[in-house]
Design a protein around this ligand. Structure first.
Ligand SMILES: O=c1ccn([C@@H]2O[C@H](COP(=O)(O)O)[C@@H](O)[C@H]2O)c(=O)[nH]1
Length: 247
C-alpha cells in the first residue's frame, strides 16, 4: 500500500530557485509520485525546470492554472503538452468554451505529434477560499454547489478531472462519477499548521473520501525532517487505502 500511496502523493515545489527544486526532487524521489511546478518556480526558472526534473526521472504536474481567453489558454496548454508534463490545469471559471477549446487542442496536438496526452484538469474553487471570499467577488452560491457545478462543466468540456478541496470529493463523485480524476490540495496532517488554506482535511480523510491525488507542500517542506514528514503522510495514506480496500 505504501507504493500505491506514493503514486498518489504530489509534492508542491514552491521554491525560488532551480537548485532548491532539484534538491527537493533528489531528497523526495522515493517518497512522492509527482512533483508540482507552480507559478513561483516556473516564473523564476522557466520550462527548463520541468526538463530538469524529468531528466532526474520525476513526473511533473504543471500547475499554472491558466485563466484567459479560449485561444490563449488552448495554445498555452498545447505548449505544456510539448513539455511532456503528466498533468496540467486551467481554471474552470474561465468557462465552458475555454475548456472545450483547450481539450480539443490538446487532443489534436498530442495525436498529430505523437505525444502522451497529459491529465487535463480544471481548478474549481481554490482551497484558500471560503464562502466569504466568494461573496467578496460577487458569488453568492454555496461552495458546495459551485464545486460540483464547475466539475460537471469541466467533464462536459472533455477534461479529465478537477482540482478541489478533499472536502468536496463526495459531491464531485456524485456529479461526475468514478471515472473522473480528483486532485486535492488543502491537505493537512495533524502535525502541520493550516497556513493560508481554508478548506482542508487530513491525508486519511482525503483518501477515504475518494481523492485520486493529494498535493502537499509546506507540511513536508517546513517540517524539521521533511523525509520523516513525507513518510508519516505516506503511512497515513496507506492505512486509509487499506481501510477503503477492506470496506
Ligand atoms: O485550490 C488550490 C489549487 C492549488 N493549490 C496549490 O497546492 C499547493 C498547496 O501547498 P501547501 O503548502 O500544502 O498548502 C500550493 O502549491 C498551491 O499553489 C492549492 O493550495 N489550492
Amino acid at each position: 500500500m505504501i507504493e500505491a500511496a506514493k503514486q498518489r502523493l504530489v509534492f508542491a515545489l514552491d521554491v525560488d530557485s532551480c537548485s532548491a527544486a532539484e534538491r527537493w526532487a533528489e531528497q523526495l524521489h522515493d517518497k512522492v509520485g509527482l512533483f508540482k511546478v507552480g507559478k513561483q518556480l516556473f516564473t523564476k526558472c522557466g520550462p527548463d525546470i520541468v526538463r530538469r526534473i524529468q531528466q532526474r526521472g520525476g513526473q511533473v504536474f504543471l500547475d499554472l492554472k491558466y485563466h484567459d481567453i479560449p485561444n490563449t489558454v488552448a495554445r498555452a496548454t498545447v505548449e505544456a503538452c510539448r513539455l511532456g508534463v503528466k498533468m496540467v490545469n486551467v481554471h474552470a471559471l474561465g468557462g465552458p468554451t475555454m475548456m472545450r477549446e483547450t481539450a480539443a487542442a490538446v487532443k489534436e496536438c498530442c495525436a498529430a505529434e505523437n505525444l502522451e496526452r497529459p491529465i487535463l484538469l480544471a481548478v474549481t474553487i481554490l482551497t484558500s477560499s471560503d464562502q466569504e471570499t466568494l461573496r467578496a467577488v460577487g458569488i453568492d452560491r454555496p461552495i458546495e454547489e459551485m464545486v460540483p457545478l464547475l466539475a460537471k462543466l469541466a467533464q462536459q468540456a472533455g477534461l479529465d478531472g478537477v482540482v478541489a478541496s478533499p472536502r468536496e470529493v463526495p459531491l464531485i463523485r456524485r456529479a461526475c462519477g468514478n471515472d473522473f480524476v480528483i486532485v486535492t490540495p488543502g491537505v493537512r496532517p495533524a502535525f502541520a499548521s493550516v497556513d493560508d488554506q481554508k478548506r482542508i482535511t487530513t491525508p486519511a480523510d482525503a483518501i477515504v473520501a475518494g481523492a485520486d491525488y493529494l498535493v502537499v507542500g509546506r507540511p513536508i517542506a517546513k517540517a524539521d525532517d521533511s523525509r520523516v514528514a513525507a513518510t508519516m503522510i505516506l503511512e497515513e495514506m496507506a492505512r486509509a487505502l487499506a481501510e477503503v480496500d477492506c470496506g
